[in-house]
Design a protein around this ligand. Structure first.
Ligand code: H2B
Length: 79
């Protein structure tokens, strides 16, 4: 079960944590993944809530196969 939903042209997910440090660790893992994949999400951190938005800028900010693939991998980092 994925947290990601298609909102307009983007894949958007909210991840909730028990504490700020866990949210930051998760974001750092996403950052490493993004560098490996050469694909970079928009990330918003609000205390224990992390919002991840995926779209392909080079394709005009729409969700492409790269975004669906990254969404799956981000999901495995959370579980
Ligand atoms: C050259 C480089 O791979 C591209 O500019 C990448 C980098 N990361 C990227 N990330 C996202 N989300 N969309 C892109 O189009 C994109 N382009």
């Amino acid at each position: 079960m994925s947290h990601f939903l298609k909102v307009k042209d983007q894949l958007v997910a909210e991840f909730e944590f028990n504490e700020f440090n866990s949210a930051i660790r998760f974001v750092n893992q996403i950052a490493e993944l993004a560098e490996r994949e050469h694909h970079h999400p928009d990330i918003d951190i609000r205390y224990t809530k992390v919002t991840v938005k995926l779209s392909t800028h080079d394709a005009g900010n729409v969700a492409t196969e790269k975004d669906y693939s990254l969404a799956e991998k981000i999901e495995t980092l959370f579980s």
